[in-house]
Design a protein around this ligand. Structure first.
Ligand code: NAD
Ligand code: USQ
Length: 384
């Protein structure tokens, strides 16, 4: 299949470009390198020393015998987005090219507005470009489990049957996101659903949980490593705990630490996105997949990391720091994740096996983490 990956320079996008190429797909990529700039803006960097795109593509060719076609550009510029969709008419667009960070979106009005504009306009431009120039293209869009929030009832995959005042309907499940970033994903979901309805587009809206891990089997050369962030803003929970363990920093579950989310390994995210790509929806179909492996509270994650670090001979403590976010610290959480399993999704590693791989790989970059250890504790507060 011909697959366009937006956000190909990112954590998931770079990894996916190799995974899909190895499976025989033709990959085209887009990125505007905003992630690199935005991480630098807050004084941080990736623990893994990621190469400029030119060197990445050279390494790609050395290892895989060919490299993706790559375009530097901004999805919020309609003419750029349109031209690529029109010229390539991909079978699938895997849309990862958004600002993905909740704390960054909460800094102030400018960062909130940037996130709103970037994410919502980029997705809208893709919808219009697909409609006018490549209407058979499957839009596989990365949303987030955080769109649902933490309701006190089970979470279905996108839709639920409801009876109200004696009448029944199948409706989108209520969304209660917890940051301006998560809000943008909800707006995207509404726009995609609407576009599928009026223009008969086909789309899979992926509600993905938090991704963790540093390496996939395709990264056989250091030049092929993907980014790995660990600072208060850009690092996600489990990746942060691993980086903290490597430098002997206390692990930082926020508040009571019973916040529970769905998590999955980077390699499993690749497997899921590929399954959704290779099993597209029908014309006019808007479907939702909840994409995660297991649910854990942040306290449980920290305990797993303490155990894995002990196996490496490292003593690590847990420090429940005051929560910078506004979120339930104890709650019910039971989301469904059957759709991807029905297509064959099976995780290949346990959490503890994945942690062992992450910690041993991360040890190599201990100095880079230490150099930015002042960027670990939270400074962005939701109520500020
Ligand atoms: P990332 O920031 O590493 O990758 C996104 C890439 O998109 C970056 O390289 C960035 O430069 C690029 N980009 C952003 N805006 C762009 C624009 N307007 N034009 C062109 N390129 C643009 O993020 P990631 O962790 O790889 O996440 C990928 C997607 O998956 C995001 O949409 C994110 O919201 C979603 N997601 C991520 C996770 C996770 O835990 N990493 C979990 C759930 C959902
Ligand atoms: N958390 C801690 N300690 C930390 C960091 C985070 O307790 O040091 C807690 C947070 O308060 C939150 C949970 O861990 O309750 C998850 O936080 P996170 O930073 O790992 O994830 P989040 O901000 O939700 O965002 C990440 C990705 C985003 C994706 C989302 C999936 O950055 O792109 O959409 O995970 S989900 O969480 O399912 O919405």
């Amino acid at each position: 299949m011909k697959v366009l990956i937006t956000g190909m320079d990112g954590y998931l996008g770079w990894t996916l470009s190799m995974y899909l190429t190895e499976r025989g797909h033709e990959v085209i990529g887009i990125d505007n390198f905003s992630r690199r700039k935005n991480v630098a803006e807050v004084g941080s960097w990736s623990a893994t020393p990621i190469k400029p795109m030119k060197e990445r593509l050279k390494a790609f060719k050395d290892v895989f015998g060919k490299e993706p076609i790559f375009y530097e550009g901004d999805l919020t510029h309609y003419d750029f987005t349109r031209l690529i969709v029109e010229n390539h008419k991909p079978d699938t667009i895997i849309h990862l090219g958004e600002q993905p960070c909740a704390p960054y979106s909460m800094i102030d009005v400018y960062h909130c507005n940037f996130t709103m504009m970037n994410n919502i306009l980029g997705t809208n431009n893709l919808l219009f470009a697909i409609h006018h120039y490549s209407p058979k293209t499957h839009l596989l869009k990365l949303g987030t489990m955080g769109e649902y929030g933490t309701p006190n009832i089970d979470i279905p995959e996108g839709f639920f049957e409801i009876e109200y005042h004696g009448r029944k309907d199948r409706l989108p499940f209520p969304r209660q996101p917890g940051s301006w970033y998560h809000q943008t994903k909800v707006h995207d979901s509404h726009n995609i659903l609407f576009a599928c309805k009026i223009w008969d587009l086909r789309s899979t809206d992926i509600m993905q949980g938090v991704v963790h891990g540093i390496k996939t089997p395709q990264m056989t050369d250091e030049r092929l490593l993907t980014r790995f962030d660990f600072d208060e803003m850009w690092g996600t929970a489990l990746n942060r705990f691993c980086a903290q363990a490597v430098i002997g920093h206390d692990l930082t579950p926020y508040g009571k630490g019973e916040q529970t989310r769905g998590y999955l390994a980077l390699r499993d995210s690749m497997q899921c996105l590929t399954l959704a790509t290779e099993n597209p929806p029908d014309e006019g179909e808007y479907r939702v997949f909840n994409q995660y492996d297991e649910c854990y509270s942040v306290n449980e994650l920290a305990e797993h990391v303490v155990k894995a670090a002990n196996d490496f001979g490292a003593e690590v403590k847990i420090w429940n720091v005051p929560n910078p976010r506004v979120e339930a610290e104890e709650h019910y959480y039971n989301p469904a994740n059957e759709n991807l399993k029905k297509l064959g999704f099976k995780p290949t590693h346990t959490l503890d096996q994945e942690l062992e791989i992450t910690l041993s790989e991360l040890m190599k970059y201990k100095d880079r983490i230490s150099a930015k250890k002042d960027r670990i504790l939270p400074t962005v507060f939701w109520r500020k």
